[in-house]
Design a protein around this ligand. Structure first.
Ligand SMILES: *[C@@H]1O[C@H](CO)[C@@H](O)[C@H](O)[C@H]1NC(C)=O
Ligand SMILES: *[C@@H]1O[C@H](CO)[C@@H](O)[C@H](O)[C@H]1NC(C)=O
Length: 361
């Protein structure tokens, strides 16, 4: 009897427990449904469904001129970059890094080269940098499509990669100097210093790498064809990276450099004279004839090897600009939780809001 008596309340308790569990489950369902609705709601508002590629970013802080900056009218700094949905995260980080390290951030005028006018890209830029002064230019990819020959890396064959050749045609006439920058870099110093470089009559300034083996940028066919190989006669050609360039736009226009670069692309179409994309025709026209600037303005190659995708270390010495040229991109490696050590130097400039953040908030 005693055991029966004892088991009776325990049965009741069991009943109570099970109804409590049912209650828990139902409230859990409610909670889960609310959360799900919340996520759907957010993503509907913040991530329009028409384009899956477009990301969502935090708003950057506003940056104002220090004293003795002059005005954007009297002391403009013109920066040109490409802008498209694929590299948007890189471009946003690069712009933030430039503004953040500048004494006179209001003096920048950004010139974005775009293959199309994707409204979501611009609403993103507007929302992320409400105070940014920028203009966008449509790059007609049909200008290069027939001229691009397949390189060793598909990413290099994107028409927008070639837009830098046409800067002088696209930018307004009042822009007579521009800094062209790739989208896979961050600036960690005041870029006004690079802007102020004395070009000493040259059309282009960039860091020069005279110890790099210049031969390997061109094929055996190029070097064995004497009429081609003599291109570099009378020059001491050195490698330079086209991801960071100060360009005298007036000189570029007057010298017809766009046509000169295009001519080499036509040669490449007929005979394979190099392996990479937009870089070698620049070298053919300008190597050995540029104004060399300090190496700290382009610590390149941080993306890793073309073929192996290995991590790279920083070269010793001061650094003003970090450039993830090469196969790997820091945002991809960070997202896949396999970052290289150098990628942690890019992360502080990343304004991207992963969708999981909105769940945690
Ligand atoms: C972005 O801002 C510019 C300048 O205020 C404006 O002209 C443009 O329409 C905006 N674009 C979008 C897509 O919001
Ligand atoms: C430079 O590269 C070429 C082609 O790959 C090679 O034949 C040559 O030996 C290299 N020169 C030096 C100094 O390493």
């Amino acid at each position: 009897m005693a055991s029966w008596r004892r088991s009776l309340p325990s049965l009741t308790l069991l009943g109570l427990l099970s109804s409590f569990i049912i209650f828990l489950q139902s409230s859990y369902h409610v909670a889960k449904a609310t959360t799900l609705t919340g996520i759907v709601h957010r993503s509907l508002i913040r991530k329009p469904t028409s384009s899956q590629n477009v990301l969502v970013f935090r708003e950057a802080p506003s940056f104002w001129n220090g004293q003795a900056c002059g005005s954007p009218q009297t002391s403009p700094i013109h920066i040109s970059m490409t802008l498209d949905a694929n590299y948007l995260r890189g471009t946003v980080a690069a712009v933030l890094s430039i503004l953040q390290h500048s004494m006179c951030p209001e003096n920048f005028e950004f010139h974005f080269l775009c293959s199309g006018f994707d409204p979501e890209v611009f609403s993103n830029i507007n929302a992320t940098f409400p105070y940014l002064r920028y203009k966008a230019y449509r790059f007609d990819s049909s200008r290069v499509k027939g001229k691009i020959s397949k390189s060793i890396r598909q990413a290099l064959d994107q028409p927008l990669n070639y837009a830098r050749i046409y800067l002088a045609d696209m930018l307004p006439i009042h822009v007579n100097r521009v800094i062209y920058l790739d989208s896979d870099l961050v600036v960690v110093d005041d870029i006004a210093e690079l802007w102020g470089v004395d070009l000493e009559g040259k059309v282009l300034a960039a860091p020069e790498y005279c110890h790099a083996n210049f031969t390997k940028y061109f094929t055996d066919l190029f070097w064995s064809d004497l009429s081609l190989a003599k291109t570099f006669e009378g020059r001491n050609p050195c490698y330079f990276n086209t991801g960071v360039m100060v360009v005298d736009i007036d000189k570029w226009r007057k010298g017809g450099y766009t046509q000169k670069v295009e001519e080499w692309m036509t040669v490449q179409k007929l005979k394979r004279i190099y392996h990479l994309g937009s870089l070698p025709p620049f070298l053919l026209v300008l190597a050995g004839n540029i104004k060399a600037v300090d190496h700290r303005w382009n610590q390149h190659g941080l993306g890793g090897d073309n073929l192996e995708g290995k991590c790279r270390r920083l070269h010793p010495g001061p650094i003003s600009l970090l450039h993830w040229s090469g196969k790997g991109k820091p945002w991809l490696r960070l997202d896949s939780r396999k970052p290289c050590t150098v990628d942690h130097l890019w992360a502080p400039y990343d304004l991207y809001l992963p969708s999981t953040h909105s769940v945690e908030e």
